[in-house]
Design a protein around this ligand. Sequence first.
Ligand code: PEP
Ligand code: MN
Length: 360
Amino acid sequence: MGMKQPELKLREHGPDQEMGSWVMAGPCSAETEEQVMATARALKKVAGVKAYRAGIWKPRTRPNSFEGVGAAGLPWLKRVKREVGLPVAVEVARAEHVYEALTYGVDILWVGARTTVNPFSVQEIADALKGVDVPVWVKNPINPDLGLWIGALERLNKAGVKKLGAIHRGFSTQDNSQYRNSPKWELALDLKNQIPHLPIICDPSHMGGKRQYLSELAQKGLDLGMDGLMLESHVNPDQAWSDPAQQLKPEALNQLLNGLQHRNGNEMVNECEARLEALRGEIDYIDQELIEIIWRRNRVAEKIGEYKKANNVPILQVQRWKELLEDRIKKASGMGLNRAVIEDIYNRLHLHSIEAQAQS
Ligand code: PEP
Ligand code: MN
């Protein structure tokens, strides 16, 4: 069983030998020619920035958000390339975007999270790229599904795209903590394990959603062996037409990049350690939730205690407790959990809740 190991035919591009030093930066969206040029000129001075990104067509979750300037912005990127001297990158979601971007000499394409989820769209892009030797970066799909991410890379590779890379931007899940998108590092590490030669860069901007989280996420990405970063940068982030809370002024980006620790090849944690670290992170997160749930359970027990007291009902009601315990053991063992362990846990929880009721 299990999935077949993907066999991708890749050619080198993008990230260089200095791990993590390859940065693609630029505004979430190209808004005006002035904003595009001013941001690009400022980013040209930031060490590490190797390519300029700007969204031209913006797939938005909700309508009535800014959906991008469209092809009108492509000549601006051509100017960036010619006058500033940075390779330019745009997001493509349809065949038409591919043709238009290539017509204007766009150097790098990326596939957005809302597109990677759809094999029809990815195939359309792949077909449009037949015979074209342009680097393509594939963002992880919105939902935590590694198969979709790999599938998109395979479709492009089958169409002949050999300069491929992946962008880890986090996932939309129920358990989103403080971040806009849950990193789920283990998925990116799994991709790295399955396709070791594929460059993967981390996108802390869409992962964090807020400026305050960018540096910790960027560092974590590098610590886990990512080959570089994609970061949103705008000359006037607070006035940005999309994603204002997560964009950095070019000077702030420079500061962030200077503050990062780069590890060389020898210091790199091996895959096994990195994987363990990611799984431990998951345990920490689950335990945090577990503690909160126990706390909530006790608050409810206190309320029951107050009610019983007001109505002269005894605290311990044996029949109710027996039924509850049987029900929980049945549910838990139905999920393959050990009966005795669940019984122990519930006995402790019950005592805890009786104490809470007695104190209320
Ligand atoms: C973007 O890069 O601006 C973007 C829309 O990102 P994502 O596809 O990761 O949401
Ligand atoms: Mn964005």
